[in-house]
Design a protein around this ligand. Structure first.
Ligand code: ADP
Ligand code: MG
Length: 463
């Protein structure tokens, strides 16, 4: 077998385990450049890809290559080189480590209302510093940072897509802010597709088409949001196509966002589609439970408001659809409690959440569902859960179940005891106290509880 056939076979394996955006982004333009004595060198187009493959996909790559070669691979390394293309000296242009964040200082009042920033049409709150990174958006975030650090040199265009309220606009504007801050003279333009369309039509109508071209083809960075609205607008697509080409040829950065992937934008001319695929395509998806909690934490801090962990978990558990809703729920909670001059508690928050997630109420979490979720998580049997063994691998899940019964169903201590093999209510009280103490500094327990809660909420919501 020649190298390329081996690599194709390995890619075939890898493709099955990755999202399309990830696969295309990280494996496009990779190939095997040497294979001797079980040592494979994989060539990649730039250092950014190299470090991602090393950090995130190394094990999967080794495994795929072993399968493809029948265990003939011992070692895999990565080297930056480009195949049959003009070799751009990308290495020294790229940040070695994903680039250092500015101190996460909150913007001062004055900065947030800085006229120059508002002139660009950017929301002062949409900064990298206020963007919470999780599995659902790490690719889009990393790519945005790379582009913001070196506009026009890394990925061109950068295309971000995903459902509503997932942070696309936030990322786009964070790039804008970053570039503007680092080099205020860079000519940067942030527009929605609709605004671009309207401006274009107005200019053409009033016979100022040339002025429009001049306006858009001489900028350094074009950020266009919601490009799915190009659908059905042939004239605008034509103009945008030429704008794109003019900018791209001059290594000017283009950044785009859409609520669907380029292929899924109906009525998009194929020549535009193929250009959107030239650079990097990254998706943003629904944030997981931990990311939702982190986002809530960051937003409460922004608002100078405090919610304890239990309440944060409650909100994050109830609102799973998107970040905009999550933020909406938080705003509602803050406004309600400030207006009524109340301290937030489970009892006051619960009714507010119902309007956001009608399918979810705490009542739909039954003790049975809860115990089933805990035993499934710890992979023990119901007999072990209800039995007498004091071995840690049974005792801990039992205590966790008691704790969650108290937190999530508001069972009384005697009834918790009943649900767990007719135990005494003092055992239940002791268990709740013990887990509460452990949560103060045991990271493993914290993670266990997050995962169990997430499973619980999603099965309760499904009921
Ligand atoms: P989209 O453009 O994908 O519809 P937005 O960028 O408008 O979504 O995000 C909706 C709201 O959620 C904004 O207020 C934004 O600040 C917030 N948001 C989304 N994702 C995150 C995140 N990862 N971290 C912090 N805030 C986020
Ligand atoms: Mg948006």
């Amino acid at each position: 077998m020649n190298y390329q056939a081996i690599w194709q076979a390995a890619l075939g394996e890898l493709e099955l385990t990755l999202s399309k955006a990830n696969f295309t982004t990280w494996f496009k333009n990779t190939f095997i450049s040497s294979f001797e004595n079980g040592k494979v060198v994989v060539s990649v187009p730039n250092t950014f890809t190299k470090s991602w493959l090393e950090k995130k996909y190394h094990d999967a790559i080794v495994k795929a290559l072993r399968t493809a070669t029948n265990q003939g691979v011992r070692e895999v390394t990565y080297r930056v080189e480009a195949k049959n293309t003009t070799v751009l000296p990308l290495e020294h242009l790229l940040p070695e480590t994903p680039f250092p964040l500015e101190e996460a200082a909150a913007p001062t009042e004055q900065e947030t209302t800085s006229a120059s920033t508002n002139d660009l049409g950017l929301n002062p709150r949409y900064l990298f510093e206020s963007f919470v990174v999780g599995k659902s958006n790490e690719l889009a975030h990393a790519a945005s940072q790379a582009v913001a650090a070196k506009p026009g040199t890394v990925y061109n265009p950068l295309f971000i897509y995903g459902g509503v309220g997932m942070g696309k606009t936030h990322l786009l504007q964070a790039i804008g802010h970053h570039i503007h801050k680092n080099s205020p003279n860079t000519k940067l333009r942030y527009v929605t597709c609709e605004r671009f369309t309207n401006e274009f039509i107005q200019h053409v109508r009033s016979g100022r088409g040339a002025e429009f071209k001049q306006l858009y083809r001489t900028i350094d960075v074009l950020i266009m949001d919601d490009v799915q609205f190009l659908t059905g607008k042939e004239g605008t697509q034509e103009e945008f196509f030429h704008t794109f080409n003019a900018l791209h040829q001059n290594n000017k950065q283009i950044i785009l966002a859409s609520d669907r992937s380029p292929k899924d934008i109906q009525g998009l001319e194929s020549r535009l589609l193929s250009r959107f695929e030239w650079g990097m395509i990254a998706d943003v998806t629904k944030p997981d439970f931990e990311t939702r909690v982190a986002i809530l934490q960051s937003k409460t801090r922004e608002k100078n408001y405090a919610l304890n962990t239990e309440l944060l978990h409650m909100v994050a558990g109830a609102i799973q659809s998107n970040v905009r809703e999550l933020e909406g729920a938080l705003n509602k909670i803050v406004a309600y409690h400030q207006f009524k001059n109340l301290l937030p508690s489970a009892a006051t928050i619960q009714p507010l959440l119902q309007t956001f997630a009608p399918a979810f109420t705490k009542r739909s979490i039954s003790p049975k569902l809860l115990i089933e979720t805990v035993i499934a998580y710890y992979e023990i049997s119901l007999d072990d859960m209800l039995g007498k063994s004091r071995e840690r691998r049974y005792a801990l899940p039992r205590q966790i179940a008691m704790f969650l019964l108290r937190e999530e169903t508001k069972c009384s201590f005697p009834s918790i005891g009943d649900h767990l093999g007719s135990r005494d209510h003092t055992t239940a009280m002791h268990a709740c106290q013990k887990i509460t103490d452990m949560l103060k500094d045991d990271e493993q327990i914290k993670r266990d509880l997050s995962v169990i809660r997430e499973k619980l909420y999603s099965s309760a919501a499904a009921h």
